[in-house]
Design a protein around this ligand. Sequence first.
Ligand SMILES: *Cc1c(COP(=O)(O)O)cnc(C)c1O
Length: 455
Amino acid sequence: MNNALWLPCTQMQALENNPPLHLVKAQGNQLYDQDGNAYYDMISSWWVNLHGHCHPFINAKIKQQLDTLEHTLIASVTHPPILTLAEKLVAITPTSLTKAFFADSGSGAVEVALKMSLQYWQQSGQTQKTKFISLEHGYHGETVGSLAVTDIPLFSEQYKDLIVSQIRIPSPAHIFSPDDIPAQLHEQKSLDALERILAEKSRDICAIILEPLVQGAAGMAMYSANYLLGIAKLAHHYHIHVIYDEIAVGFGRTGTMFAVEQMLALADADKQDDYCPDFICLSKGLTAGYLPMSCVMTTDDVYQAFYDDKVEKGFLHSHSFTGNPLACSAALASLELFERDNVLLHNQSLIQAMAHGLQQLADANLPIKFVRQTGMIAAFTLDFSQNLGKAFAQLCLDQGVMIRPIGNHVYLIPPYCTTPAELGHIFGVLNRCLQKLYDDIPQIPQGSSQAIDLP
Ligand SMILES: *Cc1c(COP(=O)(O)O)cnc(C)c1O
């Protein structure tokens, strides 16, 4: 290990006994180390990759852009790829979302949405609105503003003096429900908690922010679109904004292009605008996992509150690399692939293959629980009282499958270029490694590990 490098989300000392994987090349869903070993990238490189690594079509589009215009600022400036991308994003998101504001990372997009919501209320005569509601176990990034709405103490405890405390409601996700409570009832309890808070102090609240359908960093904790509809109704009734953080789930991960579509599908036709979130944060898959970029989609109503002859009433948030043309060209190429290859339809066969693989695991009498799936995200939880996620991941890695469990929560987020046959093979590896894990350490009692772990 090179002495100059300090890695994120890593205790460097742990690398002494467990050196980092040194990856030198990637193609499709495979990563290659310096010895030529291949690994299936079953976490899509931290949930960012969509169509596979070094995709010839995306690579060609970026190279073309590289020789044309590599970067320019976008304050009072535009360029062709960003204009086209903004139009495309408006076209593929719900009709109420008419504006695209760009930033450079997922956390950056969350900061933008929080600031925009706060400033909107300030400029709309509701200056007492300053608080945000988020979900327990939610993750929205690790910059100081986004940490205020992230509920992962491992990331925030050390910095509590920097962070403005906000309001939390219980997570609707089934993995956090006491075992005997049905999922629907558990979700209703979270909605009831929100209603109690809103009834008392909605006039102080700017917005609720949440990860729709899947709380990723919590360990792929899933809940229903029906809960999202409940949130939409309450937010509309009590006049607060809704911010969807689709940074991880956008661009097909939940089966639809965006998770919001599954909520709106449950709403009456004449309520679509009322229930549409006011902000949707996008990143990760936005550039198909190629380059850092993010975007916040918002409404005309929000936009108009900033449209003024005073500069300070504008939304001034800026990053040096906002709207980078190379990143925009990667995003445009990715959206072209979605259309050209009918990716969402094609993914249905992968979704079925994963459902089949999960069913086999569930039927195999293995020490797992909470077997769950939302579209292209499959997960289960190791039923041990100790954190065995890392040991399990190592067994899988030795068999050429890279996963990265969060504590005992094991998940697969495959690139969309993976085939059903490959998924069959990969679930076979999981099955055999689970068996081995169980055989090797039979003395560890089953149960819920409380160990915290990094996503
Ligand atoms: C990854 C992620 C973020 C943060 O994005 P970064 O690009 O890592 O800053 C925020 N919210 C969710 C739901 C994420 O998965």
